[in-house]
Design a protein around this ligand. Structure first.
Ligand code: PTJ
Length: 234
């Protein structure tokens, strides 16, 4: 990995790019485009966890705490950027981890499973025996002991169709997406508009602290994120 100097103003951002570029055997090429889009939105947010995101993190922690079968669905970008943070979240919450890919190949699933293995997590996904209804092709494939039977699914950096399909299956869906306008952000029950590696430790801490939230309005929260961005721009 080509390391930028530590004091570089864009240090974290450059490290994230390097991680993705280094893992191009398991990260989809489209994942690099998705990352660039995320970076643009993070710029607008000031590369910080905004107050509405803090509230959605608490709501997500509260929901995961009461879930009976929570699952963290991971894709190429998520594992390349945040395998350790996902492992910590899984340990704190008891959530299973499943590799569930948009651009699925068995080589990519095997590579990503191995990367999760290296941080101590036995991820599901290698032997899918279930399907997410309403989705065509490979991206519908999932595991019955994972996403198939989950009551709460965390889907960071998800595509809109699959998020919608999970909601239609009756699951409670939490997403992490820097774009508050994306279809996923608008469809999930709880949307954390924050950068993945920045918010996962906050979510893990909130679960460990036993945070409880009684009511949460995702549409209202998304409006607050947009208001936060607008206020920064004006
Ligand atoms: O590994 P695969 O095959 O499952 O493919 C994964 C990608 C990411 C390519 C696939 O899910 C995809 O195409 O996603 P989208 O539809 O481009 O959506 C990704 C969303 O995540 C976009 O709205 C981005 O703004 C957002 N995003 C990108 N990087 C981050 C992010 N959100 C939070 N943190 C990030 N680091």
């Amino acid at each position: 990995m080509t390391l930028p100097p530590e004091g570089h103003p864009r240090y974290k951002s450059l490290i994230a790019r390097e991680k993705l570029v280094e893992a191009t055997d398991v990260v989809a090429k489209q994942g690099l485009i998705a990352h660039g889009r995320g970076e643009a939105f993070d710029y607008l947010l000031g590369e910080q966890t905004c107050p509405p995101a803090i509230r959605s993190i608490k709501a997500a922690a509260s929901l995961i705490r009461v879930a009976s079968s929570p699952v963290i669905s991971v894709n190429g970008n998520v594992v390349a950027l945040a395998a350790k943070e996902v492992a910590h979240l899984s340990e704190a919450s008891g959530a299973k981890v499943e590799v569930n890919l948009f651009h699925r190949t068995s080589e990519r699933v095997a590579g990503l499973t191995k990367m999760m293995d290296e941080v101590g997590i036995q991820a599901l996904g290698m032997n899918p025996d279930d399907k997410i209804p309403g989705l065509s092709s490979e991206r519908a494939r999932c595991c019955s002991e994972g996403i198939g039977s989950a009551d709460v699914v965390l889907v960071p950096l998800e595509d809109g169709d699959r998020c919608q399909a999970l909601v239609e299956m009756g699951k409670q869906v939490i997403t992490i997406d820097l774009n508050p306008l994306s279809r996923t952000a608008q469809t999930a029950h709880i949307t954390i508009v924050d950068e993945l590696t920045r918010c996962l430790p906050l979510l893990t801490d909130a679960i460990r602290d036993g945070v409880k939230v009684d009511d949460f309005d995702n549409k209202k929260n998304l409006k607050e994120v947009l208001a936060f961005i607008c206020a920064r721009l004006s």
